[in-house]
Write a protein that binds this ligand. Sequence first.
Ligand SMILES: NC(=O)CC[C@H](N)C(=O)O
Length: 360
Amino acid sequence: MEQGYLTLETGEVFEGVLIGAKQDSLGEVVFNTSMTGYQEIITDPSYAGQIITFCYPIIGNYGINAMDDESINPALLGVIIGDLCETPSHYQSINKFSEKLKSAGVPGIAGVDTRLLVKTIRSRGTVKGFLSKSNVEKEFLSTKETAQAWVEKVSTKKIQFFKNNGPHVVLMDFGYKKSILNALLEENCAVTIVPFNTSFEKIKALAPDGVLLSNGPGDPMELKQWFPEIKKITRYYPTLGICLGHQLIALSYGAKTEKLAYGHRGGNHPVKELMTGKVKITAQNHGYVVVDESIDSTIFDVTYRNVNDKSIEGLKHHHYPIQTVQFHPEAHPGPSDTAHILTEFVSQITSLGETVYAVK
Ligand SMILES: NC(=O)CC[C@H](N)C(=O)O
């Protein structure tokens, strides 16, 4: 196995062995605390532009199966792991983790002291890193891809229809996870997936009962040219925003977002449902949050808060049927404590036709 290095822009160098695709990679180094779900994580399009450090020390032990990919082409830029397991054991396993990386063109490094790396990221904040067979310093500032470019890369280029006999949901694809589509199909929804930059008029022509704005990569502010269109859409149709979708809706109504020091990524993030005081464990993957003071309380109620840092995890509009969540109700990987949010969205659009019309 070939020796490799992860060089951080802050100067620290981590050693390991190269796995996966043989190529250099420069990206934002983030970490995920999930104990399982590496297959879903490496195929989640929201990781475009990022190199993921797995906190869990052994990766690959249950292999790769035929069902759990969240997208067809992994968009992440690399993986950093502790122990690589090359002898997976699971009745559904059809591939090795390292082979999956190779065929997906994703480079990785194993045998890294990931505990030290995560501690470094926690004290430095999210940093850029260069993954390579040499530990040369890289010109870190020269390769900034915009969120718009990443979203453009992962979003569908053409409209896709999924027939069903329930209500019709337009899924705006900023880099949607397959589990969101599956959750809607399981609720009997007919789903039309549209590119992220689909206009209000085009969506109107599809005559949906509701619209779902998906998760996706990058800084939400870089998509500001779409805010007016997003606002129009949300004022016309019952809307659910998930993760990036939540941020974009908040921004469209004048709120602000800011970058967290090192993000929330994992399957064990507690959020409090403010209406009931109940705490739910959620799947999360985000680096940005909506700024508290920027929320106009005459427009939105905060519905959920993160128990650890109290950041905003959900919003509900006072007049329009708009709900947004920063976490992932579709889970995968992670607990499904908040799956009811998707179910409620679907029952709302099933029963709301007339009411929605009244507030147009
Ligand atoms: N999963 C997501 O939708 C992430 C949203 C956004 N890119 C962030 O990092 O905050």
